[in-house]
Ligand binder design. Structure first.
Ligand SMILES: [Zn+2]
Length: 139
C-alpha cells in the first residue's frame, strides 16, 4: 500500500474521517489517500497520522481490524459490512507501506497553490461579468 497525495477537489467534503485514528479532521489543500496494492482507495489519513512511520500506521490499522471484529456496532453506518471491511483492512495492514517524502508533500502543496486555484478563477470571472453589464447598458 502507499499514501497517495492528491489535490483536494471542490467536490470533496471539507471534513473527513481518518482511516487510522477515526477522528474527523478538516481536509487541507492536499489529501493523503491510503491506497492498497490493487490501487483501491481505503480512506484519507489526517495530518497527524501522515506523520507516523509505516510500522505505526500498520499497527493502528491492525487495531482497527480488532475493533471492527469485536465491536462491529461502531461501524454499522458503513456501506460494507464490518467483517468485509475488517478483512480488507487486515490485508492492507500486511502490505508494505510507501510514504511520500516531506519534499514530495511540499511540492504537491506548492503545485496546489500555483495551479489549483479554480475557485479563485471562477470569482474573477464573476467580477468581470458584473463590471461588463453596466458598461454595455450605456451603449
Ligand atoms: Zn488520523
Amino acid at each position: 500500500m502507499k499514501i497517495q497525495l492528491e489535490h483536494r477537489q471542490s467536490s470533496c467534503p471539507q471534513k473527513l474521517r481518518c482511516i487510522a485514528c477515526r477522528q474527523i479532521f478538516a481536509v487541507g489543500r492536499v489529501r493523503s489517500l491510503l491506497v492498497n496494492d490493487e490501487d483501491r482507495i481505503q480512506g484519507d489519513l489526517c495530518s497527524k497520522c501522515v506523520r507516523l512511520t509505516a510500522d505505526e500506521i500498520r499497527l493502528i490499522l491492525t487495531e482497527q481490524v480488532w475493533l471492527m471484529l469485536e465491536q462491529p456496532q461502531l461501524f454499522q453506518h458503513q456501506v460494507e459490512s464490518p467483517e468485509t471491511l475488517a478483512l480488507e483492512l487486515f490485508e492492507v495492514a500486511l502490505e508494505d507501506l510507501e510514504i511520500p517524502s516531506s519534499y514530495q508533500r511540499l511540492m504537491k502543496t506548492l503545485e496546489s497553490y500555483l495551479f489549483f486555484n479554480r475557485d479563485n478563477d471562477r470569482s474573477i470571472g464573476a467580477i468581470a461579468d458584473s463590471t461588463q453589464s453596466p458598461w454595455h447598458h450605456n451603449y
